[in-house]
Design a protein around this ligand. Sequence first.
Ligand SMILES: [Zn+2]
Length: 224
Amino acid sequence: MTHHEAHRASNWDEILSPDTAHTYETPMRKDAFALSDDQKVSLIAEKFTEIMEILGLDLTDDSLSGTPERVAKMYVHEAFSGLNPANFPDVKLFDNKYGYRQMLLEKNITVHSHCEHHFVPIIGKCHVAYIPNNKVVGLSKLNRIVRHFSKRPQVQERLTEQIAQALMEALQTKDVAVFIEADHMCVLTRGVEDHGSSTTTQSLHGAFAQGDERREFMDAIKSC
Ligand SMILES: [Zn+2]
């Protein structure tokens, strides 16, 4: 084995090691919520004013003067509101009185997120399925859970996992499937500027991990 090959082999050991730490949590500071939302808005507005000034923009222009505060509010109250666990939707479960034990699929849930590497939009759709246990959930809650995790700086892989994990917890079942197809503005509009490409990710658990249910889910979303 050449030195080069040996080096590559040891890299593979590292990559394939089951000990490699992994987490689907968004990396957050311990003091993430020491500031109130209002404090965050005013601090971000200050910093964004600086960014615009450094770019050479004249903030006395009436079209630009409100931008820093507009961006700050958008970050805190909309685009990144899902960072705060306090904003996680209230998920109410109902008894599965009708004994429904088949796949329930919620298709084409809108995904509006932001890429954490460039802070530009990720726009796509999410398909979510589960097989109810003794409890069922109000359908709009599935959309709300997808929305919650979308409202963070994200990578699509982590977003997919976070939605799946939250659904398994909320619905009290492992039989959960999540599939996302999305366009990343950082790929479409900058860098390689590839307008034709999109990205799909999936997180399949329990009965959906293999066999008939997996096929059933994949077939059902094929036409979307
Ligand atoms: Zn990006």
